[in-house]
Design a protein around this ligand. Structure first.
Ligand SMILES: [Zn+2]
Length: 315
């Protein structure tokens, strides 16, 4: 079993991302523990996904794109005759990982992953909108972890989004955790690993396009001087080990992720960085790092939306 059942000790980290039958769901052990975001750092209220009329489905677009190539790559091939992607109409869902009720991982300084996810997703939303991607929506979901997965996928599918990007921050399996005191409180950390990682599922109906977008995101992260989290390819991760699809950029395969395999559009999950690593948590908390990641994601979306990419495919 690659992914079930999760240990209760991992409940706050990755288990929210999996499908599981209710009897296998252990109640979160930390529900009454101090594993909460500081009240002052509460994320602002949820903004709903608004549902709009139908857009061209990814499938329809792919048929169009498939009809284009392969082509001889003369300079004229780069001049779009008809844009396949109009930024003003391109529907992007930025899925804020976890919920206020089920906050995901806890940072080395006891701030919830949900808080980090929400703040970064908001910055990415602003950047994309400023770049003309008006149909960018934050997807904030309420409720318990697994029910929220169904809800967030349903919202993206109902809206007929063209692209789905789930925003998360990373932690480690509990066996790597060490203790320290922060703010007078016993806290847990691991400085052993750091970095971003990008995940795709082969079970997504449009795996190839998902992978192409994942590559664009990962390349942007790398181009901005960030390093990817290499541990997911290593035996030490045990059942958390994932196939590394590109050892240059840090794109991994993670077939079981609900938000990647049940979405009906290209879907990618970005672990933006580790918040259990004390040094990297401080960086992830900085506006500069959020700007770097946001502009990287926006650049990746622009390339994805570009017809030249459609002709060339991932290279
Ligand atoms: Zn997460």
């Amino acid at each position: 079993m690659l992914f079930l059942p999760m240990e209760a000790s991992d409940a706050g980290w990755l288990s929210d991302l999996f499908k599981s039958s209710p009897k296998q769901v252990k109640s979160p052990k930390h529900a009454n523990s101090p594993r909460r975001a500081a009240p002052a750092k509460r994320a602002p209220p949820a903004k709903r996904v608004t549902l709009a009329g139908p857009a061209a489905s990814p499938r329809q677009r792919n048929i169009k794109l498939a009809a284009l190539g392969p082509v001889a790559l003369s300079p004229s091939a780069f001049k779009p005759a008809a844009p396949t992607c109009d930024p003003a109409k391109f529907r992007i869902v930025l899925d804020v990982g976890h919920t206020a009720e089920s906050e995901g991982a806890l940072s080395a300084r006891n701030v919830s992953e949900f808080f980090f996810n929400h703040r970064l997703a908001q910055r990415i939303e602003q950047t994309l909108k400023a770049d003309g991607f008006a149909e960018t929506r934050l997807l904030l979901t309420e409720g318990k972890a697994r029910r929220s997965l169904v809800k967030r996928v349903a919202a993206a599918n109902d809206w007929q989004a063209n692209l789905f990007l789930s925003i998360h921050h990373d932690s480690v399996p509990s066996k790597f955790l060490e203790e320290w005191e922060f703010d007078g409180k016993k806290s847990r950390f691991s400085d052993r690993f750091s970095g971003y990682s990008v995940f795709v599922s082969r079970s997504n109906p449009d795996f190839r396009t998902s992978l192409a977008f994942a590559e664009l995101v990962a390349r942007e992260m790398k181009a901005h001087g960030l390093r990817y989290a290499e541990q997911y390819s290593q035996p030490i991760m045990g059942r958390h080990r994932r196939p590394l699809l590109n050892k240059e950029t840090g794109v991994y395969r993670y077939d079981e992720l609900v938000v990647l395999r049940t979405t009906r559009m290209p879907a990618v999950l970005l672990e933006a960085g580790s918040i259990i690593n004390r040094d990297e948590e401080l960086q992830m908390d900085s506006p500069q790092r959020r700007d770097i990641i946001s502009s990287g994601v926006a650049a990746a979306v622009k390339q994805f939306c570009d017809r030249r990419w459609a002709i060339l495919g991932p290279v």
